[in-house]
Design a protein around this ligand. Structure first.
Ligand SMILES: Cc1cc2nc3c(=O)[nH]c(=O)nc-3n(C[C@H](O)[C@H](O)[C@H](O)COP(=O)(O)OP(=O)(O)OC[C@H]3O[C@@H](n4cnc5c(N)ncnc54)[C@H](O)[C@@H]3O)c2cc1C
Length: 418
């Protein structure tokens, strides 16, 4: 992750700056415009970005691949509900980007991307500019709270833990210190990242209340009529296992949050809390506004559904930030990353990739030991020009499904960082 890799000499630095037409401040990073090889810049070292960078190099070791990520290490959101409920250590979810550099030759820059200048084909970071031939953006989500200012303070005091990192650590600390009282969890309407995640979290927190024999009650406030995925499996778990420690309130909209009085006001009444996990509505990362890839009022970036290319040639948006037929999940971002690596490598060779339809699999814990799951296959209907999903839900909670869930996550992490 060293910056040393990109330290350039004065002549290169100036040629880079001049070539991209920047009357630049002092540049810490710069890549000369006249390159021998194509350069791919990947923004965001989460599920989509890491997969793209690794697979680009795996298929074509000669390619220059730069991954820019603002966090010092990778933290997985999949399995993070296990961590919140005290079933897994944080360290199991964290991985070093060094592996990508040392083993796979990806150049990793630990920096924040501030903007993308599509006309000049450069990415602006807090330390300078980086030019690209192909750009893959996988910056994930932001919370969509602009017209709901009451969420602002709540983000500080009631961490949503839907972005990897400090939010999870803080929420885990609140849960660890909790000795009894009322817990509130709230879920917005979709689309949000990982449809089963809030429902899984509610089940695991309820399970923790029972496991630790706490004098506590959880109010699970859902803006939706029922769980938006695996409805039957979640409802039967809530009813069979947690009726005594949790109340599930449906179709309830959060209207206000008083973080000082610790009250959530909803369309279905007020709920006092000792700790709260308020999950706000979501949208694509604001970086994509800056880049001009989101039109006014749009929340997710429109892409070609088969190639994830935006309206700008050779600029791709993958993962949760894109408006695609796939649900917003790590599994989808990983599959998209592999596909994009193929597409870019093929284009560099002057070829095109055959159409590929991706599949989905989603697991969710409903107790400390049991899980449920959904598999989704997609078919493209040329007449309606839409992807038609076929779902296969297994709503029977089973230890064997939980085991497959664990194996799935560990397999994915091996694939990303092995
Ligand atoms: C609690 C929870 C449980 C989940 N469980 C599952 C599961 O079981 N299965 C599953 O498939 N999915 C699951 N998900 C969903 C999964 O985490 C996301 O769908 C996935 O991470 C999306 O990948 P991404 O690449 O789009 O975004 P991310 O993985 O969030 O990566 C985005 C990266 O971009 C970086 N970034 C953003 N802006 C900038 C910038 N300006 N400069 C530099 N870097 C930047 C961020 O730091 C981040 O590392 C879960 C999510 C949550 C919250």
């Amino acid at each position: 992750m060293s910056k040393q890799w990109l330290s350039v000499n004065r002549r290169e630095l100036l040629s880079g700056a001049v070539a991209v037409g920047l009357s630049a401040p002092l540049l810490a990073y710069s890549v000369p415009q006249k390159r021998q090889k194509a350069q791919v810049v990947v923004v965001g070292g989460g599920y989509g970005g890491v997969t793209t960078a690794k697979y680009l190099k795996r298929e074509n070791p000669n390619l220059d691949v730069v991954l820019i990520e603002e966090r010092p290490f990778f933290m997985s959101c999949p399995m993070s509900n296990h961590f919140l409920a005290g079933l897994m250590e944080l360290s199991s979810l964290c991985f070093s980007y060094n592996v990508l550099e040392v083993k796979h030759g990806v150049r990793v820059i630990n920096d924040k991307v501030l903007g993308v200048e599509l006309d000049k084909r450069v990415v602006r970071t807090s330390s300078g500019y980086i030019a690209y031939d192909y750009l893959v953006l996988s910056p994930g989500i932001d919370y969509d709270i602009e017209d709901k200012p009451f969420y602002r303070d709540s983000l500080i005091y009631n961490p949503p833990a839907f972005k990897p990192g400090s939010e999870h650590i803080y929420l885990r600390r609140l849960i660890e210190d909790f000795e009894g009282g009322d817990i509130v969890i709230s879920v917005p309407t979709p689309p949000f990242r990982c449809p089963p995640a809030p429902y899984e979290r509610a089940a695991l927190i309820a399970s923790m209340i029972k496991r630790n024999k706490l004098k506590a009650h959880m109010y699970f406030i859902d803006a939706n009529e029922r769980p938006i995925i695996n409805s039957e499996g979640f409802l039967s778990a809530y009813y069979d296992l947690y009726r005594d420690v949790a109340t599930y309130i449906t179709s309830a909209q959060v209207r206000d949050i008083d973080v000082h009085k610790k009250v959530v006001r909803t369309s279905h009444g007020e709920f006092k809390y000792d700790i709260a996990n308020i999950i706000p509505p979501m949208r694509a990362s604001k970086l994509l506004d800056e880049a001009g890839l989101l039109k006014r009022g749009q929340k997710w970036v429109e892409v070609n559904p088969l190639t994830f290319e935006t309206s700008v040639k050779n600029v791709f948006v993958i993962g949760d930030a894109s408006q695609s037929y796939l649900p917003k999940s790590g599994y989808a971002a990983h599959s998209e990353g592999k596909l994009i690596a193929k597409i870019i490598n093929a284009r560099i060779r002057g070829k095109e990739v055959k159409e590929e339809y991706l599949q989905m699999i989603c697991y969710a814990m409903v107790s400390d030991k049991e899980a449920i799951m959904t598999e989704t296959a997609f078919r493209y209907d040329a007449v309606s020009k839409r992807f038609i999903p076929t779902y296969r839900e297994d709503n029977q909670r089973k230890e064997s499904t939980a085991k497959r869930y664990d194996e799935w996550a560990r397999g994915l992490w091996r694939d990303l960082f092995g």
